[in-house]
Design a protein around this ligand. Structure first.
Ligand code: HEM
Length: 152
């Protein structure tokens, strides 16, 4: 095979791969997602998801105490910023009920901020077992939040 036909083969293979990906790849927005770019709230949620994973990995490590406190501050900021944003689902709620829906959403987000405050306090005072057990609260607060405010 000369250079020219090798290049052609590479180009054909690349084009085939791209087409296959376009045909069979995940929908934009990821599995179970939606078309189009992430909403500002989804961007915050991704910060929460990544940060929570990191927190779970290091929460009881005394050598990372300061780093963990900084991480929790980042997570708290994401929950406060999320509170100011409206879930996509809001537009599917009848106009007359939207205020109530948003008030309930913001109250749930306050619960998340409170949970981070409690964890921060435990880490700052070296109560690592307590901090670890408080992680479970995050899980249930997120579960409730997604059940009530996330679009199916
Ligand atoms: C540590 C706690 C939480 C984590 C790790 C988390 C994680 C996530 C993730 C990974 C997504 C999907 C993002 C995407 O599709 O790109 C999401 C979406 C969402 N979450 Fe959370 N979440 C948490 C807490 C909460 C709470 C407390 C609420 C409600 C008060 C909430 C409401 C939502 C909503 C409404 C969406 C859909 C986004 C939209 O409507 O624009 N989440 N969350």
């Amino acid at each position: 095979m000369n250079i020219r036909s090798s290049l052609l083969l590479v180009a054909v293979l690349a084009a085939t791969a791209l087409t296959a990906n376009a045909q069979y790849g995940p929908p934009p927005g990821g599995p179970g997602g939606h078309a189009g770019p992430d909403s500002p709230l989804e961007i915050q949620m991704k910060i929460l998801a990544r940060g929570k994973r990191q927190l779970t990995g290091q929460i009881a490590d005394p050598t990372k105490q300061q780093d963990t406190v900084t991480l929790i501050e980042t997570l708290k900021k994401a929950s406060v910023d999320s509170k100011a944003l409206d879930p996509r689902k809001t537009s599917t709620v009848p106009a007359a009920d939207q205020e109530k829906f948003l008030a309930a959403y913001r109250a749930q987000m306050d619960k998340l901020t409170d949970a981070f405050n409690q964890i921060e306090e435990a880490v700052k005072t070296g109560q690592y077992d307590k901090a670890k057990s408080l992680l479970g609260n995050l899980q249930s607060i997120a579960k409730e939040g997604h059940r009530d405010f996330k679009q199916d």
